[in-house]
Design a protein around this ligand. Structure first.
Ligand code: HEC
Length: 169
């Protein structure tokens, strides 16, 4: 009969070099995964980015939830795109800040929202975002987004631009 100590010794133990080699392989796999996910991320169409990052709150159809404090985008979101403070506000809403998207992807998903829900006449389209504008507006400090929205809404109403209902107005 084999004694337990012998059985233990029979388990192959990796040498120091083999362990280092395994770590290198693991690091390489992680590296490749990061590279691939970045590459895939860069090619994601804005409609898919919307579904992944935004529709959980705003819903696939942009209707949001008044009770949940998620404003309806349909027919309203374009108003924010027409004034400088509104464009700044859009770049600081929590869903955009927390999305982890880069400036180009933020511009693309916001332009997708404008094109889908701004309901702007063809003769007076909402100006689209560029990555450069996104970068610039994100540098501005907007410590309180609810207050910022209130200020913008005031400005939009004064110009007769439509604004979605919002519980913290
Ligand atoms: C966790 C929920 C959540 C997610 C996810 C989310 N949002 Fe929002 N969004 C809100 C809330 C809540 C507001 C209203 C502003 C506030 O109270 O912070 C808002 C406001 C907005 C507004 C302005 C509408 C208005 O009337 O004020 C836009 C545009 C917007 N979000 C776009 C996006 C985009 C684009 C994404 C995805 C990249 C996104 N949101 C993801 C919750 C979310």
């Amino acid at each position: 009969m084999r004694r337990p100590a012998e059985a233990g010794a029979a388990i192959p133990v990796l040498s120091g070099n083999a362990t280092i080699a395994l770590r290198c392989v693991a690091a390489c796999i992680v590296g490749m995964a990061v590279t691939f996910s970045t590459a895939i991320q860069a090619g994601v169409p804005p409609a898919t980015q919307y579904l992944i990052h935004c529709s959980g709150c705003h819903r696939a159809d942009g209707s949001g939830s008044l009770r949940g404090g998620i404003p309806d985008l349909r027919g309203y979101v374009g108003s924010f795109g027409r004034v400088d403070n509104g464009r700044t506000y859009l770049m600081h809403v929590p869903g955009v800040v927390g999305s982890g998207l880069d400036n180009a992807d933020i511009a693309a998903v916001m332009n997708y929202i404008f094109e889908r829900w701004a309901d702007a006449p063809a003769s007076d389209p909402v100006p689209l975002f560029t990555a450069a504008e996104v970068a610039q507006l994100r540098k501005r400090s907007v410590p309180d987004v609810v207050k910022a929205r209130r200020r913008v809404v005031h400005e939009l109403k004064a110009r007769d631009l439509p604004v979605a209902a919002y519980p913290w107005e």
